[in-house]
Design a binder for this molecule. Structure first.
Ligand code: TYD
Length: 199
């Protein structure tokens, strides 16, 4: 099973993904946490390129670079883990490309979806937590140094948020939308309740 955490930058998804993995580990359920882009030697190098503020990258190249990092992660890490029966928790996955490059950058949605479907095959998440909050409040949370994606204008992040909400409304079985402004503990409990019921 693959569970993913999604949301705009500053939504707190990394914190929640880690907390879920801690809980599953305590219960001896042997989960695996992966992050995107990255999680492999090649993927981490691609991540450096993608987040480098000094580079200008075309939308098509950006789509392909995220997909390349994902292909590597699928091949090296996710597929073997799922084969071994492990529960894989993804801190971002395919929906990030749809929301950021498809909605945010207004890239070719069909192409992004087809490309990623080909890469992932059956390894689509069966449960996705979308941590949702207004862009302005998320921006206040990442007030430090901003990477190439984070530094994009507010209208970009608003399109990303809208994209996520549209994806979630099209697939209510898979998506659980949570209010990212809730306290960490409350979110953690809501997430655990959902995972407990489904796994
Ligand atoms: P993330 O690891 O969430 O950032 P950080 O650890 O710095 O909080 O993700 C890095 C950035 O990459 C983030 O701004 C979202 C973006 N991204 C895409 O645009 N498309 C994708 O397919 C993925 C996986 C991430």
């Amino acid at each position: 099973m693959v569970i993913s955490f999604e949301g705009i930058d500053g939504s707190g998804k990394t914190t929640q993904a880690k907390l879920l993995v801690e809980t599953l580990t305590v219960l001896n359920l042997n989960p695996l946490l992966v992050r995107e882009p990255g999680g492999t030697a090649v993927g981490e190098r691609i991540r450096e390129l993608l987040l480098d503020k000094n580079l200008t990258i075309s939308t098509e190249t950006e789509i392909l670079l995220y997909a390349a990092a994902r292909a590597e992660l699928l091949q090296e890490v996710i597929r073997p883990a799922v084969k071994a029966g492990r529960l894989v928790i993804c801190d971002r996955y395919i929906d990030s490309s749809i929301a950021y490059q498809g909605y945010g950058l207004e890239g070719d949605l069909k192409w992004i979806i087809n490309l990623n479907q080909q890469l992932a095959g059956k390894l689509w998440p069966s449960l996705t937590f979308l941590l949702d909050l207004p862009v302005e409040q998320a921006g206040q949370r990442c007030s430090g140094l901003r990477d190439r994606i984070e530094q994009r204008e507010i209208s970009f992040h608003k399109r990303v948020r809208r994209g996520y909400l549209e994806l979630a409304s099209c697939d209510p079985q898979r998506f659980v939308i949570l209010n990212a402004l809730w306290p960490v503990k409350k979110l953690q409990q809501a997430i655990w309740e959902e995972v407990r019921q489904r796994c």
